[in-house]
Ligand binder design. Structure first.
Ligand SMILES: Nc1ncnc2c1ncn2[C@@H]1O[C@H](COP(=O)(O)OP(=O)(O)OP(=O)(O)O)[C@@H](O)[C@H]1O
Ligand SMILES: [Mg+2]
Length: 239
């Protein structure tokens, strides 16, 4: 399997406070992996390092075989990483359609995926966004904003889509819609890194999992391994 994203021995700090000590992970073509852990264990910080939003203090990051730690976030994204950030961060004063097209990009390299992402395909995935296409970002419900954040990231035609808490604060009904959309993306062969609190949904969706504890990967394995390891779930995830 081709490795699309790999991190080796990532370290990171905020000022004097080191929060990542040793994070390594791999994402292969078509694979869905998760970053698990309780609050504050370093999941979003790992994402920030991968995307160049925080400069790692050590370790290596490769995207599509290209070493890119220390690069600007813009340059890293162009290697084929799409981010659905914590807190959605859609543009409040742009319409839905403008949000989708503002940062759209053609695929960085020919991919095995059938069809490139464009408005038509986004609206097929999330019909609600088409209904709301002329509304401003700040007129949307939380669920619609989340769909928009996912759509906007897909419009960059990423090889790996990274979602940081994409179902946070949504009603069970809307969460279900998001999980269904992610399952569709998986079926289309899109590689993803998913951060979420809903372990049950992640066990269904994902191939493999990395558990973070105080800035270190303390466990990794398949969904089958994790199902068979209730002590891991209890000890590190507190559920
Ligand atoms: N901008 C920041 N400045 C200083 N410390 C930070 C900052 N962001 C996060 N931290 C600290 O870094 C550690 C890791 O935070 P991180 O955001 O990576 O956690 P997380 O696993 O994403 O959890 P959650 O999203 O539930 O908070 C925590 O101790 C957090 O308080
Ligand atoms: Mg976080």
């Amino acid at each position: 399997m081709t490795t699309l994203l790999s991190a080796r021995g990532l370290r990171a700090s905020y000022g004097a406070a080191q929060v990542l000590f040793d994070v390594s992970l791999d994402v292969g073509a078509g694979e869905v992996v998760t970053l698990l852990g309780r609050n504050g264990m370093g999941r979003s910080t790992t994402v920030k390092c991968v995307f160049g939003l925080l400069r790692p203090g050590g370790g290596e990051i490769h995207v599509g075989g290209q070493r890119c730690d220390g690069w600007t976030s813009h340059r890293i994204a162009r290697l084929g990483l799409g981010l659905v950030p914590e807190g959605r961060q859609i543009f409040p004063n742009l319409t839905v359609q403008e949000n989708l097209t503002a940062t759209a990009r053609r695929a960085s390299s020919p991919s095995s995926q059938a069809e490139p992402w464009g408005l038509k395909r986004i609206y097929e995935l999330f019909p609600r966004l088409e209904e709301r296409r002329s509304n401003l970002g700040n007129q949307l419900s939380g669920g619609e904003q989340q769909m928009l954040a996912i759509g906007r990231a897909l419009m960059t035609n990423p090889r790996v889509l990274v979602l940081d808490e994409a179902t946070e604060g949504l009603s069970p009904l809307v969460r279900g819609e998001i999980w269904k959309a992610l399952a569709n993306l998986r079926r289309d062969g899109l590689a993803m890194v998913v951060i979420d609190k809903n372990i049950r949904a992640l066990l269904e969706l994902a191939d493999r999992h990395y558990v973070l504890e105080k800035g270190r990967v303390v466990w990794s394995g398949s969904s089958r391994d994790l199902r068979a390891s209730p002590e891991t779930v209890g000890r590190y995830l507190g559920v």
